[in-house]
Design a protein around this ligand. Structure first.
Ligand SMILES: NC(=O)c1ccc[n+]([C@@H]2O[C@H](COP(=O)([O-])OP(=O)(O)OC[C@H]3O[C@@H](n4cnc5c(N)ncnc54)[C@H](OP(=O)(O)O)[C@@H]3O)[C@@H](O)[C@H]2O)c1
Length: 354
């Protein structure tokens, strides 16, 4: 079967390069166009490669960086575009691309909370994907799908099975967020070396708001979940991987063993449908007393294509009806490009890219 031509918008950035790494040998998608800002247009993709853990395929090194023109994307038969653009740039460009007939899978926050735009984590709310049919561009073949903020993407993989199994109404979380979450070049080195910064603009609000949409139920619109996620967000001098300390007051007696079994046995549509970038087990549970750690667990997930797509949970404790644990997930893979690619794989499997 021929592969679907796709573009990466913002291909020189932190998320954009992850997109390229995931798409460069993808079974269903063919990386045909790489776009960037005017500053780098005309340059070669290989000259801007900064991913230290994945080499760029030699045959992609000379790919020319192009300006973003939605009409040109459509004319060249680009069926889907993966957006790694800053939110203020994404706002109009992504809508223009959808109107031109391109399916846009976005990492940007600009349209996450729009009523007709799915905010999707395929293990958690695959039924929300059908919202694309309500978008005005859908009849032309174009639509917009978003994935959530990197700090809620891993956490929600644990909240979904826990909320299905146990009774609770609030989640308290403190984050230890990696530098790559701020893009490139990101946080100035003098602000973060030997330091932690207890403020990330809009992050706590996004976690609260996006969790409600992700865990909401779909009828003719998304009815937000009543669950409240209260976050304290902190930037730490770690390269990749967001670690989060979670506390959940429970309304019933639950054992550590029940929690561990609920998390480890969780499977969603991507696992049942064997999507290429789906981890076999979306939530891994570790029993060592000092895990998870960004260096050791950031790339969790099997098979090889799903590395960085599993969340790792550790230090599960329950006392006085309060459940506590740590969860770690890779912010630019599960919380970024990998999440969007998984969304596109689900859309492809559902026939939305035909
Ligand atoms: N980093 C994460 O962990 C993460 C996780 C989830 C979501 N996100 C979201 O994903 C998006 C990308 O984040 P990032 O961390 O990859 O940022 P980044 O490293 O700053 O990359 C931004 C990309 O957008 C391009 N760009 C900037 N202005 C442009 C313009 N006016 N026209 C066209 N292209 C333009 C840049 O091109 P140049 O190289 O030419 O400047 C670069 O390729 C953001 O919306 C962010 O909030 C990030």
């Amino acid at each position: 079967m021929s592969r679907i031509p796709v573009a990466v918008l913002g291909a020189t950035g932190t998320i954009g390069q992850r997109f390229v790494s995931l798409l460069q040998d993808h079974p269903s998608f063919d990386l045909a166009v790489v776009c960037t800002s005017e500053r780098k247009v005309g340059g070669r993709l290989g000259d801007h490669w900064r991913l230290e853990d994945v080499p760029l395929n030699p045959d992609l090194e000379a790919m020319e960086l192009e300006a973003i023109d939605p009409k040109v994307l459509a004319r060249r038969g680009t069926a889907a575009a993966f957006s790694a653009l800053p939110a203020e740039v994404a706002k109009d460009l992504e809508v223009d691309a959808a109107r031109a007939g391109v399916a846009v899978f976005s990492n940007a926050s600009a349209h996450r909370m729009d009523a007709d735009v799915p905010l999707l984590v395929p293990e958690v709310n695959p039924d929300h994907l059908a919202l694309v049919e309500r978008q005005t561009s859908f009849s032309e073949g174009g639509f917009l799908v978003t994935n959530p903020n990197c700090s809620i993407a891993g956490l929600v993989l644990t909240l979904k099975p826990l909320a299905d199994a146990f009774d609770f109404e609030a989640v308290h979380v403190s984050t230890y967020q990696a530098l790559s979450g701020a893009g490139y070049p990101g946080v100035p080195s003098l602000d973060i070396v030997s330091n932690v910064v207890p403020f990330i603009e809009d992050e706590e609000e996004k976690m609260h708001q996006e969790a409600k949409k992700l865990l909401g139920t779909r009828s003719d619109r998304i009815v937000p979940s009543s669950l409240d996620v209260w976050a304290n967000c902190v930037r730490v001098p770690v390269r990749d991987g967001h670690l989060e300390a979670v506390s959940i007051p429970l309304r019933e007696d639950v054992t550590v063993d029940e929690v561990a079994k609920t998390l480890a046995s969780f499977r969603g549509e991507p696992q049942r449908e064997n999507l290429p970038t789906a981890p076999k087990q979306p939530v891994l549970v570790r029993t060592e007393r000092n895990r998870p750690q960004p260096l050791l667990d950031g790339m969790a997930g099997e098979p090889a294509r799903a590395r960085g797509m599993a969340a790792t949970v550790g230090r599960i404790r329950v006392s006085d009806r309060v459940l506590r644990f740590f969860v770690l997930s890779h912010n630019t893979l599960r919380g970024g490009a990998g999440g969007s690619v998984l969304n596109a794989e689900l859309a492809h499997r559902r026939g939305y890219l035909d």
